[in-house]
Ligand binder design. Sequence first.
Ligand code: ADP
Ligand code: MG
Length: 448
Amino acid sequence: MSSTIWQQVVEKLEAKISRPNYVTWLKPVKFLSNDGGIFNLSVPNYYAKEWLDKNLKTEIISLLSELSKDFKQLNIVIRDAGAKATNEDLPPLLQTISEEAAQNEQTEENETINRNYTFNSFIVGNNNRLAFAAAEAVAQKPGTTYNPLFIYGGVGLGKTHLMHAVANEIIKSNPKKKIIYTSCETFTGEFIHSIQNKTINDFKKKYRTVDVLLIDDIQFLSNKEGTQEEFFHTFNALHQTNRQIIVTSDRVPKEINNLEDRLVSRFGWGMIADIQTPNFENRMAIISAKAMERGLTIPDEVLSYIATAITSNVRELEGSLTKLVMAAHVEGIELTKEFAARTLKEFSGQKETNISSRKVIKVVAEYFGINTADILGSKRLKELVYPRQIVMYILRERCKLSYPQIGEVLSGKDHTTIMYGVNKMEQQIKKSAQTEEDIKNINKELEL
Ligand code: ADP
Ligand code: MG
């Protein structure tokens, strides 16, 4: 009965999505059970889950609730999730990719050191040269050269990779070194937990006795006074005994909201190094290296097509390559530039994201009855700052530009200004019905 409902969902979706997408992603989905309105489906691997979550989940939910009166929830699980990386559904060519991805997933979950993230596998370009050099120096002489090392930059640009590379290098020459990698959120969670369970001394001991402490995404210390205080003491304990601290962040210390001055100042004691968005040449170098690493031979024009189409970050660049290779394999056809173009468009979903930044600026200016020059300028009047931040928000959310790219579009504003603006709008949409309305209207205008 319920499996027939699932059949109907599949038929309806099949009519809507492209053939390759159907074959690659939907067909392998298996119906498991319907437990009192909780529909359980399974997929062969995590790419399939990721793709479904992103592209079809909402649609599946709405069809299920249409077709089944008692529908409550949809669960998509990975078949054999506990089993080791290789999965029988993948051709050998793709097994390395899958294994690697599964391993990355696992290690990220355990928050241990990911051994694939090495200096060797990190492609250096002018966008990350400084951070790379600093990281190498730290790996050679931990605790003495730059302490702390503070690496900052946008999402998916290699901060975590570089941080692990330092750890891997240190372990290589000195396997006894005690290294902890943790996300700021885990650090915070453990700290709170240790207070509740009266195990604060264990917590302190754990973090104050390491040789190298890596804390990822330290911007999440924002507004957490108690954890900041604890981190401050951890920092001092380590620094005084020449043990290495490395942190990453999506912005410079002084842009982290409500971060204590004494921490801001300590972050400046060592080296603050940025990673910028890669330019075309950097992207080309990265994607060629990734293809080579996996033993894939892909025509240059395809690589350069991907490097032109995917500009936001390295993670997406890599993800697109993987997906393309998979899709071509499943369809059993050659990975040509045309195939890449067609498939990437499908992957990017139904929604048109190809709206030019010029159009966004024009529409927003018209909406608020101001000049485009006012948006591009830097006059700090409330009436201009608000539209400007809306432009930043839309360029980010809808056009998927990176912070530095948006900065460029807005006559060379600093990417931290953009980050601040986007962040502000994200908060404001939640709080103000007016802002929500403004953005909805502008988005509608942009469709025309
Ligand atoms: P961040 O921590 O800045 O969000 P990650 O370090 O998680 O980014 O990087 C995202 C993905 O891109 C990872 O798989 C990483 O290996 C890869 N990557 C990023 N930058 C580079 C680079 N310069 N060379 C090779 N791989 C990179
Ligand atoms: Mg990261």
